[in-house]
Every structure is written in structure tokens, then in C-alpha cells.
Design a binder for this molecule. Structure first.
Ligand code: PGU
Length: 455
């Protein structure tokens, strides 16, 4: 028995990435390769396992929106290798480099790991105390407490973890159109039925229409009850920014229906108009029914660095009285291991006065781009929304198919955009332009679009 186990271990070792398959002193391959290379086995014939697929994944018709855009762009490029450089006004991905002070924070975080005295390993799953405190004080003006802040690797990941916490039994409501992660994760969790081919809506999701006819704010009185209401302002993709009165109405609606609002404030600091709330916690009563997700991605150039946070006030409670914060803490400690300590040092630098000034400069640049794009697309004869207090411009195609327009612009202007239909059925007939491209690219894109649409 023991001999068999040893033989089995030896056999496993021969194919393992971590156990060298030959004595270290022999052979021509480098030491690094001997330690880490996996020994290849012959290709196996295609077989299936006995594992049943999670049926919820079968309900999701296409791939995630943004990789699909990338796939179409690459297919175009492969078929047209000699085309002029493609300009991306597609995915909302930052292009300016990280400014000096914030970068120095990241560098400091990395250097600390190379020093015996300052080295750190696993940290608190909820984030470093100093960062939670700085977020609460500098960004929320003390409206929330540091231990109500959960630092994370980004808002998208937090949305998925909130869904994991809410589970399959809740009904979610989303703005239509909206950031596709809310609906897609609801489907993955099993909250929904199938998509209705007639309406392109998932069964058991409450779609809150947001379009020019209602000034991009839903008529709350007409909506069926939902447990969790995802609401994003400044909005992705429409660029609409909710006023204080609208957010007051949203909080009142949630309270009346006993719902929880998940407020996505990923673009909040882009708001420059005085008096417009940058956090749902500026609204009275929000502490008992609102959660806020937020992120350094869009304003500090951290899309690849990965740092965000979620605020859950102590006062938000489930029907049985359990604080929601308690369960989210359980999720974070069990399914997350804290944001990178290097990155959190960068976050601390973001919130120094010098870092905040750098962030403002980055946002000024992108907001300026948004104005260029909006005026540019209007000069082509389109009506456009957003682009003010927001890095997105939402173009009205007056009933035309958004995927057709996406293809037309890609093939004839070599500009990538995002079709509104990718954000839900309510986005059909619209196109999203992202202002996160370099300024020269935004200007060049406008002149290409003017050429394409000239009368
Ligand atoms: N919330 C909103 C409203 C967003 O638009 C995005 C990114 C996120 C959260 C994600 O923030 P992280 O902190 O970086 O996770 N929206 C981009 C990127 C798309 C994606 O999800 O891949 C966009 O173009 O809409």
C-alpha cells in the first residue's frame, strides 16, 4: 500500500510543475525551466466530464460585451491589415499615465516589500485601516465611518461579490440601458429566467427605462417592486447625471418598497456642476437603504492597477435584522484576501492633497475630450447626450440599429464605439463614445466621423 502511494507520488512528480522531473544537476535546460516547466503530454481526444453545466450560464446568450467588441475589432483588422490605425472610443479604459505623486505611492508600496523591516504579507481582508480612514474622511467628509468601507480590487469585482451575498432569491432592478455587469451577474446567480426574444429582457429583472423621453430618470411610480436596485450616476452608458431631487426620489422609493440601492459611483468625481451629489450618502435617509460601490479606476488611471471600495453603512439591514455589512464582511473574508498592499499604498497617495490635484488634472483632460466628442458628433447631424460631468457621450441614432452603426463606423472611419444595445434593450438606437482616448485621437476621430457623415 505504502509502496503504491510512493510510486504514485513519483509518477505525479514526473508531470508536476513544482517537482523537478530529473536531478537538478543534469540536463541542458536552464535551472529556471527545470523548476517550473510543465512536462507536455500527448493531446487527448475530446471527451466530456460528468459535470453538469450551471444552467444559468446557458441563459447568457453572447459573450461579455467588451471582449466581443475587441473580437470584432480584431476580425476587422485581420481582414484589413493595411488599414489606417484604428481609434478606440470603445471600452472606458484610461490612457493617460499615472501622475508622479500617485506613482510614487505605488513605488513606495513595492519598495516596502523588498525590505525586511517593512515587508508585509496578507493584510486585513477589508483593507488597510489607514486607507479606509482616508476614504471615509477625504472622500465622504465623515458621512460614513472607516469600518463601513471595504477596500477591494475594483467596483466590477465588488458588484459580483454583492451578488454572491444577495444570492439567487432576490429580484434585481437595473436602469435600461446600464453597465452590463448588473444584469449578467444577476443571471449567473440564478435570479432570472430566460431572455424573452420579443423584448430582449430577462425574465424576473425589473428594467427601469432611461431615455430622452424621461430625461434618463425612470418613472419610479410605475415600477414593480425589486429587492436590489442598481443605479449608476454619472451613468454608464448614457452620461446622464442624477440631480439631488432625483436621488432623493430614489431613496424615498427604496425606503417605501423596502429595497436596497446599490449605487455605482465609479464616475462620481467627474461631476463639476455645483450642487450635484457625488455620493448617495449625501441624501438623507440613504444610510439605512443604500450601498455604494466606487473605484480609483477611472479617475486615477487605475484600470489596470485595480483598486476600489464598497461602503455599507451599519444601518442597512435585512428583513430579519441582520446587518448587511456583516454578511458582506463574511464574503470579503472568505472569498477575497484584501487588495494588493502595493496598490493600497498607491490609493493612500491618491488621497493626499497632491494626489487629489493630479486626479483633478486627469479628469479635466477627459472631460475636455468629452466636449470635443459631443460637439464633434453633433456637427455630424446627430443629437447627443451626456459628455458633461461624465466621460461618456450617448449618441441618438434615431432608430437605426446600433450594431449596424458600430460596424459602419468601424469599417468606414476605423473608429471603435460601443453599440447601445450592448447595455440592454433600452440602449438600442444609441451609440456610446468614450472620452478616455488620447486627445489627438478624439480630434482625429471627430474629423473621420465628419468625413463619413458629411451631407
Ligand atoms: N462600474 C461602472 C459603472 C463601470 O462603467 C465600470 C467599468 C466599472 C464599474 C468597473 O470598475 P473597476 O473598478 O475597474 O472594476 N466600465 C468600463 C469597463 C468595462 C468592463 O467592465 O470591462 C466600460 O467601458 O464600461
Amino acid at each position: 500500500m505504502r509502496a503504491t502511494a510512493i510510486a504514485l507520488l513519483a509518477a505525479l512528480g514526473a508531470a508536476s510543475a513544482f517537482v523537478p522531473s530529473a536531478p537538478l544537476s543534469t540536463g541542458a535546460v536552464s535551472t529556471a525551466r527545470k523548476h517550473h516547466a510543465v512536462n507536455m503530454v500527448a493531446a487527448e481526444p475530446a471527451v466530456t466530464t460528468a459535470v453538469k453545466r450551471n444552467a444559468n450560464f446557458g441563459k447568457l446568450s453572447a459573450g461579455y460585451l467588451f471582449p466581443e467588441i475587441g473580437r470584432r475589432r480584431n476580425a476587422y483588422l485581420a481582414a484589413n491589415p493595411d488599414t489606417r490605425p484604428i481609434i478606440s472610443l470603445g471600452i472606458g479604459d484610461t490612457t493617460l499615465p499615472i501622475p508622479e505623486h500617485i506613482l510614487s505611492g505605488l513605488q513606495k508600496g513595492a519598495s516596502q516589500l523588498g525590505n525586511k523591516e517593512t515587508y508585509s504579507g496578507y493584510g486585513a481582508e477589508q483593507g488597510q485601516g489607514a486607507l479606509r480612514e482616508k476614504i471615509a474622511n477625504k472622500l465622504y467628509n465623515g458621512l460614513i465611518k472607516p469600518d463601513e468601507v471595504f477596500v477591494s480590487d475594483g467596483a466590477k469585482c465588488d458588484i459580483a461579490r454583492l451578488q454572491m451575498m444577495f444570492g439567487a432569491g432576490v429580484v434585481s432592478a437595473v436602469q435600461d440601458p446600464s453597465y452590463p455587469v448588473y444584469v449578467d451577474t444577476s443571471v449567473m446567480m440564478g435570479q432570472t429566467g430566460l431572455v424573452d426574444p420579443a423584448t430582449s429582457q430577462f425574465d424576473n429583472i425589473v428594467y427601469m427605462p432611461c431615455n430622452p423621453t424621461n430625461d434618463f430618470f425612470p418613472d419610479l411610480s410605475k415600477l414593480p417592486r425589486a429587492d436590489v436596485i442598481y443605479f449608476c450616476s454619472p451613468n454608464n452608458p448614457t452620461g446622464a447625471v442624477a440631480t439631488r431631487a432625483q436621488l432623493e426620489a430614489l431613496v424615498a422609493h427604496a425606503k417605501k418598497q423596502g429595497s436596497i440601492v446599490v449605487f455605482d459611483a465609479a464616475y462620481a468625481p467627474f461631476i463639476r456642476t455645483p450642487g450635484v451629489p457625488k455620493s448617495i450618502f449625501e441624501i438623507e435617509g440613504a444610510r439605512s437603504c443604500c450601498i455604494e460601490v466606487n473605484s480609483f479606476s477611472k479617475y486615477a488611471g487605475f484600470t489596470g492597477v485595480r483598486l476600489g471600495w464598497t461602503v455599507i453603512p451599519d444601518d442597512v439591514k435585512y428583513a430579519d435584522g441582520t446587518p448587511v455589512r456583516q454578511d458582506f464582511n463574511r464574503v470579503m473574508t472568505t472569498a477575497f484576501n484584501g487588495a494588493s498592499n502595493i496598490v493600497q499604498a498607491g490609493g493612500l497617495a491618491c488621497l493626499d492633497d497632491a494626489g487629489l490635484a493630479e486626479i483633478n488634472n486627469l479628469m479635466d483632460y477627459y472631460l475636455d475630450n468629452a466636449v470635443i466628442l459631443k460637439k464633434g458628433i453633433e456637427s455630424c447631424g446627430f443629437k447627443a447626450y451626456g459628455g458633461l460631468d461624465s466621460p461618456y457621450v450617448f449618441v441618438d441614432l434615431e432608430g437605426k440599429s446600433s450594431w449596424d452603426m458600430f460596424s459602419n463606423i468601424l469599417e468606414n472611419a476605423q473608429v471603435v464605439t460601443i453599440p447601445g444595445a450592448g447595455f440592454g434593450p433600452g440602449g438600442e438606437g444609441f451609440l456610446r463614445l468614450s472620452a478616455f482616448a488620447p486627445k489627438e485621437s478624439c480630434k482625429e476621430a471627430v474629423s473621420r466621423l465628419q468625413e463619413l457623415f458629411k451631407a
